[in-house]
Design a protein around this ligand. Structure first.
Ligand code: 4AD
Ligand code: MG
Length: 462
């Protein structure tokens, strides 16, 4: 393998001949020299390539090499006089693979808006911002496995096509091979899914949790990390219809231990990004979210605030007048409330626990007050909810009662209930929205810019 540009930038000047491959970001020229900045995605900063126009002797080739062109440059690394970098490549020969004509290439040297870049998402990874997001996303993915593997958690692959609604919220996409122009019907007029591919109605999963629980009650500690799908009609800067989620599930674990793992996990991820993406994080700190590096450093050092929903409500009711959606005990928290708690009350991440049962999923452990459940949401400034989790209801009778109260049929969840019939144990877990954590560490405003190809309401291009 030929070295990446990140590796070449680490080398000292020398007499060895090297090859640098990549895409031209910028070109500057005078009568005697021509400079290209070459980028191959390995770093924010590219390698400066210098061509001595006279000795190079192919003026028509240099003319065809413009922003966006794919080239391979051969030559020696020399000390750079410019000051911006230690070394630059003095090219003796250049091979041009693909031109990018100036009048049609959509990514010219100037700054483009993120909205515009979304329309050319197939090319946007060639920009500084999306390139940096891509590297941070990559480092975070690896760090997620690193964290759980170090702790002996098993990575479990839960299904993407599912016959049950893991959140009981009815926000799923149906998966079908039925002919939509000629849908088979049962006698009572509903769709006859027995004729469908799986012989029953199936959906894209909203969460791997239920299947994750079955494995936790055998392997003790597991995690999933995969795509999830939600047909929520929320056109916001923090919702996607297809997003990735990390869901650890731990047997013999209560809410307190669950919260401790969530906090340690987030801090581990922030630390890894600061360590391994220093150049990109400096870029985000300067251009995207002022000082985000320092904010993360402070978060790593400070214990998360804990607060019950009921206590949070006291804080929110004091400020009710300033909200679009005023709250009262029992109402779900909107982003504005979550942000108020983190930004105004706690000045950092906060874990809110013990929410009213009516606004949380059926599987959460009921408290003795019969009003609240052992839920925990981790909220962060700028975004609000980043993690949602709970201790699970491990008592069969209580769980069945909760399901009925929420109009769910326990028979549909027979295998999930079997966990409470056979070898039931206290257990807990949570889900971290992957794109939300990428947004949080980079400071990117819109979730659609931290996933390569966003799927959202009325958006599924590419
Ligand atoms: O709070 P949620 O719905 O929890 C669950 O799905 C549980 N089954 C998790 C568990 O306990 N194993 O979702 C978890 C997280 C949220 O906190 C949020 O970060 C993210 O997933 N999330 C979304 N991210 C992007 N777009 C959406 N539409 C999201 N919905 C949830
Ligand atoms: Mg939630």
């Amino acid at each position: 393998m030929k070295p990446r540009i990140s590796q070449l930038l680490q080398q000292s000047p020398g007499s060895e001949i090297v090859v640098a491959e990549g895409w031209v970001r910028t070109k500057r020229e005078s009568k005697t020299v021509c400079f290209f900045e070459l980028n191959d995605g390995s770093t924010l900063k590219g390698l400066q390539v210098v061509v001595d126009v006279e000795t190079f002797g192919q003026p028509e080739l240099l003319l065809r090499i413009t922003t966006g062109a794919a080239i391979a440059c051969t030559g020696k690394l020399v000390s750079s006089i410019g000051g911006n970098q230690e070394v630059e490549l003095k090219a003796d020969s250049i091979e041009l693979f693909g031109e990018a004509p100036v009048d049609t290439y959509p990514l010219q040297k100037k700054r483009h808006t993120l909205e515009y870049l979304r329309e050319i998402a197939h090319l946007r990874a060639r920009t500084n911002t999306i390139g940096a997001v891509t590297r941070v996303r990559n480092v975070l993915s690896f760090a997620i496995h690193e964290f759980f593997q170090q702790k002996g958690f098993m990575y479990v692959h839960t299904p993407i096509i599912s016959a049950s609604d893991a959140e009981g919220a009815g926000e799923q996409f149906t998966v079908t091979t039925l002919d939509l122009a000629n849908v088979p019907k049962t006698k009572n007029g509903s769709v006859d899914f027995s004729k469908d591919f799986f012989g029953k109605q199936t959906k894209l999963t909203v969460s791997g949790q239920l299947e994750g629980e079955t494995y936790a009650l055998a392997m003790k500690n597991i995690y999933t990390f995969g795509p999830t799908f939600r047909a929520e009609n929320s056109n916001t800067k923090r919702h996607l219809a297809e997003f990735w989620m990390i869901e650890p599930e731990m047997a013999f674990c209560n809410l307190e231990e669950n919260m401790a793992v969530a906090e340690e996990f987030l801090k581990f991820l922030f630390k890894r990004v600061l360590q391994r993406c220093d150049e990109d994080m400096r870029f985000f700190s300067q251009w995207v979210e002022k000082g985000v590096q320092d904010v993360l450093l402070k978060v790593i050092e400070t214990p998360f605030v804990h607060m019950t929903y009921t206590d949070a409500l006291v804080e929110l009711e004091k400020a009710n007048a300033t909200f679009d959606y005023p709250v009262h005990w029992g109402s779900d928290l909107q982003t504005e409330h979550e942000r108020f708690l983190t930004e105004q009350v706690c000045n950092g991440p906060v874990i809110v626990t013990d929410y009213p049962k009516e606004i949380k999923a059926f599987y959460m452990k009921l408290n003795d007050d019969d009003k609240t459940v052992r839920a925990m949401d981790v909220l962060v400034p700028r975004l609000g909810e980043i993690i949602g989790g709970s201790e699970r209801e491990s008592r069969l009778d209580v769980l069945e009662r909760r399901m009925r109260a929420l109009a769910l049929n326990p028979e549909d969840y027979w295998w999930f209930l079997d966990l409470r019939r056979f070898g039931s144990a206290p257990h807990a877990g949570f889900g971290l929205g992957f794109e939300r954590v990428v947004q949080y560490v980079t400071g990117m405003q819109n979730i659609r810019d931290v996933i390569p190809y966003p799927r959202a309401v009325k958006q599924a291009d590419f």
